[in-house]
Design a protein around this ligand. Structure first.
Ligand code: BT5
Length: 272
């Protein structure tokens, strides 16, 4: 059987996860509106940290800011992890940064080209989007009740099946490597990577992961544009601060913190 034709199975994923702190309970659904919506309901019902929801297909896969995540059946990974961190709501953005490191480190093991992190939530390969992260938190004052960490990875989807709107900007492991992947095995690797990085974050804060995050952040020192709703800021990407905000230096030399938005790399124009 070709590796890409296997259905997702909780047993097969669990067989590949060594420690099982994450993934003791795994739902593998055929079809769902969004794994984040399903996982939120489970969290509201009291599900434990580490519970995972996978789906073969999402009919309303969510991106940030009301955008959609293209989620065709049986080709990719769409999953949500329930987290109940002890740290405060001010550190919730660290979950996205932690997940980006876990994804980049895991995907690097199966790729010859190193992945890149595009702040705050994209994983790119050769400049094309391979995976996206959507973190949704439920807080009570300064306390986090739970976080739903949603991850979509394009695994075996060929370019011709992508919607035209993202065909140029997106990629998949199949497109990059020319081979199909066993999604159960890849899911297990991702869960292990997430558990390892989450333990580091919970134990020592984002400082434990910052250098690794920076290693995958290829835009440092490069001119970028950051768009947040109708506001556009231009400047040079300097990195992130301890809160996970993007630091940019604008044309006047003023340093700014950006808390949310879409980063667009700009090309340097030759000077005469
Ligand atoms: C994201 O949003 O990148 C977060 C994606 C999170 C998806 C997972 S799947 C499991 C879980 N359950 C959910 O419902 N969601 C999460 P954002 O940065 O806003 O990017 C969305 C944009 O990426 C879209 O507007 C498209 O331009 C593009 N896009 C949509 N689907 C894509 C895909 N499959 N691959 C690459 N790019 C895509």
């Amino acid at each position: 059987m070709p590796p890409g034709s296997e259905h997702l199975s909780a047993e097969r994923i669990q067989a590949g996860v060594a420690s099982r702190q994450f993934g003791r309970t795994i739902y593998c659904l055929d079809r769902v509106d969004s794994t984040n919506i399903f996982a939120r309901r489970r969290a509201e019902q009291g599900a434990n940290e580490g519970e995972l929801v996978f789906a073969e297909e999402q009919t309303q896969g969510k991106g940030r800011l009301g955008r959609t995540w293209f989620s065709p059946p049986h080709l990719n990974l769409y999953f949500s992890l329930i987290l109940r961190p002890e740290f405060g709501a001010a550190q919730a953005s660290h979950i996205t940064l932690m997940a980006a490191v876990a994804l980049a480190e895991t995907l690097e093991c199966v790729l010859s080209d190193p992945p890149e992190i595009k702040w705050p939530n994209d994983i790119l390969v050769r400049g094309h989007k391979l995976a996206g992260i959507l973190t949704e938190s439920s807080c009570e004052g300064t306390r986090i009740r739970f976080v739903i960490l949603g991850i979509g990875v394009n695994v075996n989807v060929p370019s011709e099946l992508m919607p035209v709107a993202i065909r140029e900007s997106a990629t998949s492991l199949f497109q990059v490597t020319g081979r199909e992947f066993d999604r159960n095995h890849l899911a297990a690797l991702l869960i292990q990577g997430l558990e390892r990085c989450y333990k580091e974050l919970a134990g020592a804060g984002f400082a434990a992961l910052a250098a690794r995050w920076e290693r995958y952040f290829q835009l440092k020192g490069r001119p970028i544009q950051v768009q947040m709703l109708d506001q556009i800021t231009h400047g040079t990407a300097m990195g992130i601060d301890a809160d996970g905000a993007l630091i940019i230096r604008d044309q006047e030399g003023v340093t700014r913190r950006v808390l949310a938005g879409d980063v667009i790399p700009l090309t340097l124009s030759p000077c005469c």
